[in-house]
Design a protein around this ligand. Structure first.
Ligand SMILES: *Cc1c(COP(=O)(O)O)cnc(C)c1O
Length: 427
């Protein structure tokens, strides 16, 4: 079939009903699936036949939606997870275990930073955090013999730094490891990290993909390009028999296109069970159907808001990769020529106190621990999502005490600007 455009994939990807089948994706609200003989079911357990047997591993509704996101990103295999946190945990833990090392951009989502620096560290995985603006030499110097992956966010939440995907991918590949990119903020509408060398893409589908604040969820997509077998000594989990799964060797049985997601499904999902519910997957799919339309509006609203903020003398600074004045504008133009995201970060003159006054004055934008929603929302990270970090860690993560993260929804831009204007005037 002819390769369709991304807008068409958003609406119709992942699901092609046959004659008389439901037009909308069915919610298969069933934990289990029936078989006539134990032999038939046995084949599923041995991964000799594909099919469903228990929704902790796979569910048809979730797989349909994963297939759509897989098409949007241009990957070969994908899986849904219960949250973005689960997606990033699985994406890394699938190829790194106790005694291993991972390099991560320092400007990442606070929850992911905590997952890496605290929780996964307790599991014996060591992380080096490096500025996304580092030179290639600095990046090369961060690798160790036990490094298993490199991680970054296309557009960092909330620092809004733009990852030089090619620089990070080239370095990762030169050292024989994959690049994992969290593409939550850009979405595949604005950036396809696989086209720039990324090997694995993750998403918090809770954000733009769902887009309506309805369901927490995550997704992992594999480009199917990383040659695990060529680095067999680094990735024994994929390249040697899995005794916990009937001795299957994932790369031999599923090739580089399917090994990574199959292992994450039958091993990590089986043991850790961070599944997305079929109901949530259904809601996620409704969001995906309009993702391309919403992203355009999110981005045009954000550019108008950012330009307004830049012109207001109560504002100390504005960070939005779509602004010409932004340090990341050139990188954004390269990787995201059609737009970046709807989130604008800015600092209000008067620091922490002025920022919280401003937040109090807002009438249209709601204060929420959320971004990337159809409704405009706003957050002061230093007193909420990032409050576990000390000042030095905040600085490294690109979050200052006066930073306000303003997530433009898809309302009318003039209404948003009027609201900001009155809130600034009344500080
Ligand atoms: C929100 C977010 C996450 C975590 O996702 P949840 O769905 O909240 O678990 C991960 N990465 C980025 C970039 C995010 O914005």
């Amino acid at each position: 079939m002819e390769e369709r455009k991304i807008e068409t994939k958003c609406v119709q990807g992942g699901y092609t009903p046959a004659n008389g089948e439901p037009r909308q994706i069915p919610i298969i609200q069933s934990t289990t699936f029936k078989y006539a003989t134990s032999e038939e079911m046995g084949k599923l357990f041995d991964l000799e036949a594909s099919g469903y047997f228990y929704s902790r591993l796979q569910n048809p509704t979730c797989d349909t939606v994963a297939a759509k996101i897989c098409e949007l990103e241009g990957g070969t295999a994908a899986m849904l997870t219960s949250s973005g946190q689960a997606a990033n945990f699985f994406a890394v833990f699938n190829i790194a275990s106790c005694g291993d090392h991972v390099i991560s951009s320092s400007t990442i989502y606070g929850g992911t930073y905590n997952l890496f620096a605290v929780t996964m560290k307790k599991m014996g995985i060591d992380f080096t955090f490096i500025s996304p603006d580092c030179t290639r030499e600095e990046l090369d110097a961060a690798f160790r013999p036990n490094t298993k992956a490199v991680f970054g966010e296309t557009i960092a939440n909330p620092a809004l730094t733009v990852l030089d995907i090619e620089k990070f991918a080239d370095a990762a590949h030169a050292h024989g490891v994959p690049l994992i990119v969290d593409n939550t903020f850009a979405t595949p509408i604005n950036c396809k990290p696989f086209e720039w060398g990324a090997d694995i893409v993750t998403h918090s589908t809770t954000k733009y993909m769902d887009g309506h604040g309805s369901a927490v969820g995550g997704c992992i997509v594999d480009a199917g390009k990383f040659d695990w077998a060529a680095q067999a000594d680094k990735f024994p989990g994929l390249c040697t028999p899995d005794e916990s799964y009937h001795g299957v060797t994932y790369v031999e049985r599923f090739g580089k296109e399917g090994a990574y997601i199959t292992k994450a499904t039958v091993q990590l999902m089986r043991d850790l069970g961070s599944v997305q519910s079929p109901q949530s997957a259904y809601l996620l799919n409704l969001g995906l159907e309009s993702l391309h339309v919403r992203m355009e509006r999110h981005c045009s609203n954000a550019l108008k808001v950012a330009e307004y903020l830049e012109s207001n003398d109560k504002v100390a600074w504005v960070e939005y990769p779509g602004l010409k004045s932004c340090k990341y504008h050139e990188l954004a133009k390269k990787y995201m020529p059609n737009g970046t995201c709807g989130v604008v970060s800015f600092g209000i003159k008067g620091g922490r106190e002025a920022a919280s006054k401003f937040m109090k004055n807002l009438k249209l934008a709601a204060i929420e621990t959320h971004v990337a929603d159809a409704r405009t929302c706003c957050l002061h990270p230093a007193s909420s999502t990032h409050r576990q970090m000390n000042d030095a860690e905040l600085k490294a993560a690109g979050v200052s005490a006066e930073l306000v993260r303003y997530s433009c929804g898809i309302e009318n831009a003039e209404d948003l600007i009027d609201d900001i204007d009155q809130a600034l005037k009344n500080i």
